[in-house]
Ligand binder design. Structure first.
Ligand code: ATP
Ligand code: MG
Length: 332
């Protein structure tokens, strides 16, 4: 089989955290060698679905671009662009909304979680977000979507939208497969290990940011919530320890069982110190490289513009085909 088209999106909100890095960004870097092409989109149009500040949005977009480049995305080997630069995404969103069930959108966990947290406005954009996300993926005929576990339901909906479109209008869109990492698909908040580490709605002390200084990382991991036991083993009753084992296993590139063996009988203190050092080492190269890249906004813009052009060349024929099948516009 030929190499798959791989697509994923990431929001330019807040500061990207360890969960984003382990669950998503790490996979993007690896996908560059397998994807033909590998396409990564900074989804600024998704970011406006919750409360946001315009000036900050632009800053965060550059931050996110620089983080992705610092983590190892190479514009010569992938397509990296800003969602709003490629208008095909929004055009396609509306067309796909005609084959999206309102009842399906109503069932989305993310909408339920995020709408419950909004203080001022629950926007229609927050409700409609999954249709835009489906358009993001389907515009490129992506076969694979590397994401964290929290995106499972959205990708299932994307498949359903593609299926319904193809049934109604003829085979046009590719049903994508979800790809979550074997380890670290759901990194949990360090203070509240029952919920995922998250840009919105997680605790500040429980969130390790990619750009955190080593001492901040040590402090957050040192005060990570565990349990009253002593065993460094994974289990359902030990959400905090399980999360830390996963983090260290990812940082060291080993099996979690190896971490359990090494810290058998060691106690939580030493174990947490090791997790902190592993995390510092995992993130330090990204933070250092980021500091070099972030100041040059013209270079970041140039990389995004180049990416947008390549993205448009793929998305535009898809949009044309969808319009044609739906009887929109003049006969082709
Ligand atoms: P928000 O809470 O506002 O949705 P987020 O932290 O989920 O923000 P996104 O930009 O929406 O950040 O997600 C980017 C990618 O990171 C997605 O693929 C998502 O599945 C993944 N991801 C997010 N949080 C985690 C986590 N805790 N563990 C693993 N992967 C995660
Ligand atoms: Mg998210």
């Amino acid at each position: 089989m030929s190499d798959p088209v791989i697509f994923s999106g990431i929001q330019p909100t807040g500061r990207k955290h360890l969960g984003n890095y382990i669950g998503a960004i790490r996979q993007y870097v690896e996908a560059q060698d397998r994807g033909d092409p590998a396409i990564f989109c900074i989804v600024d149009l998704h970011a406006i679905s919750v409360a946001f500040d315009p000036a900050e949005l632009r800053e965060r977009l550059y931050d996110t671009t620089a983080i992705l480049l610092a983590a190892g995305l190479d514009p010569a080997r992938c397509i990296l662009f800003r969602q709003s630069d490629v208008r095909e995404h929004t055009d396609l969103t509306w067309l796909l909304s005609a084959v999206t069930a309102h009842g399906d959108l109503n069932r989305m966990h993310q909408f339920k979680d995020k709408s419950a947290r909004q203080r001022e406005l629950v926007s229609a954009a927050l409700f409609f977000y999954p249709v835009l996300q489906a358009a993001d993926v389907l515009a490129y005929g992506a076969r694979e979507v590397p994401v964290g576990e929290d995106q499972r339901q959205h990708i299932e909906l994307t498949r359903e939208i593609a299926r319904r479109f193809n049934e109604r209008f003829g085979e046009t869109l590719v049903e994508p497969e979800l790809r979550v990492p074997e380890l670290g698909a759901r990194i949990m908040d360090l203070q509240e290990p029952e919920r995922k580490m998250s840009t919105t709605g997680a605790t500040e002390a429980g969130t390790v940011y990619v750009l955190d200084e080593p001492d901040a990382i040590r402090k957050k991991l040192g005060s990570a919530v565990t349990d009253s036991g002593r065993e460094v083993v994974r289990s359902e009753e030990k959400a905090g320890i399980t999360n830390l084992i996963d983090i260290l296993a990812v940082a060291r590139g080993v099996d979690p069982a190896e971490v359990e063996r090494e810290f058998d009988g060691a106690g939580y203190g030493d174990f947490k110190k090791a997790v902190a050092e592993g995390t510092v080492e995992l993130l330090a190269p990204v933070r250092e490289r980021y500091a070099e890249l972030r100041p040059d906004e013209a270079a970041l813009e140039a990389a995004l513009a180049e990416g947008a052009e390549k993205a448009r060349a793929i998305a535009s024929p898809t949009l044309a085909a969808v319009r044609d099948r739906m009887g929109i516009g003049p006969r082709r």
